[in-house]
Design a protein around this ligand. Structure first.
Ligand code: OOG
Ligand code: MG
Length: 267
């Protein structure tokens, strides 16, 4: 993947302000490539890095990272075939069983993911599945609430990377387990909305093994000149398609071996 930056610093800042405004006001904007058709993935990461810098300067705490578009179901749903990464902050975290407000979101969708909590720092390039498993303290079940800031939830890779991989909220829960006690490929998950099954899958859907998605994330971080600190919370990517939610909906993600994660959505 080329990380070449073609945008001027002024354009990176302009696009970052546009994304930050859309995130703050929860309103949809056209995808960035409508105005900048030559935008590269490197440009997308330049905008995302500027967004991260601004949030940290505003006092948001970086708690981890997320891999996105790591399963065929997600790639097919979004029409993008290259995985991406985004950052996670303390402001995005919500408690298990919480009522999650939707008035500050554009068009939220939920995804079930395996989350990793790292006990050791990791740096690429060349990070492998085994490196990830050796550096993992525990895994836990999670639901990511994504929310593209682009109209119609339609984008390309450069635009979605600039929008921090549609990151909005996340909920970790269930039972934490040591990764080496589980076969993370055959780990099953059932997603229910209002008591109805709306998705199911096994964690192998994520790049063959969710630890491979974390390794990919660490290798992309290396291309950005960053590494994964010990203590990081990492989402490895949606196993099934993302499912839209509205106020009044309740969602339960039931994971084999890891218990379940529940939440409801409010105005
Ligand atoms: C991009 C984010 C994808 C995942 O788990 O695949 C993602 C999107 O679909 O809006 O978080
Ligand atoms: Mg996700």
């Amino acid at each position: 993947m080329s990380m070449d930056i073609t945008l001027s610093r002024e354009d990176v800042v302009r696009l970052c302000e546009r994304i930050e405004g859309a995130q703050r006001r929860a309103h949809a904007i056209p995808k960035l490539t409508d105005e900048y058709p030559g935008m590269t993935i490197g440009d997308g990461y330049a905008v995302q890095t500027e967004l991260r810098r601004r949030y940290v300067a505003q006092g948001h705490r970086l708690v981890g990272w997320k891999a996105g578009l790591t399963s065929k179901a997600k790639m097919r749903q979004m029409g993008v075939d290259v995985p991406s990464i985004g950052f996670l902050t303390d402001r995005m975290a919500r408690a298990e069983n919480a009522a999650i407000s939707t008035s500050d979101l554009v068009h939220p969708r939920v995804e079930c993911e395996v989350a990793f909590v790292m006990k050791k720092a990791l740096a690429g390039p060349g990070c492998t599945r085994q490196d990830v498993l050796d550096a993992t303290d525990h895994v836990l079940p999670a639901v990511e609430i994504i929310d593209s800031r682009f109209s119609g939830f339609k984008f390309d890779l450069a635009s979605v990377v600039a929008d921090n991989g549609s990151s909005a909220r996340f909920v970790g829960g269930g039972r934490a387990r040591c990764a080496d006690e589980l076969d993370l490929r055959t780990l099953g998950v059932v997603l229910e909305k209002n008591g109805e099954i709306v998705g199911m899958g096994a964690a192998a859907a994520v790049l063959g093994h969710p630890a491979d998605a974390v390794a990919m994330l660490v290798n992309i971080l290396a291309e950005l000149g960053e590494s994964l600190p010990a203590g990081s919370f990492v989402l490895s990517g949606g196993i099934t398609e993302a499912v839209p939610v509205r106020p009044g909906d309740s969602v339960v993600a039931r994971f084999q071996e890891l218990g379940s994660v529940s939440m409801r959505f409010a105005e």
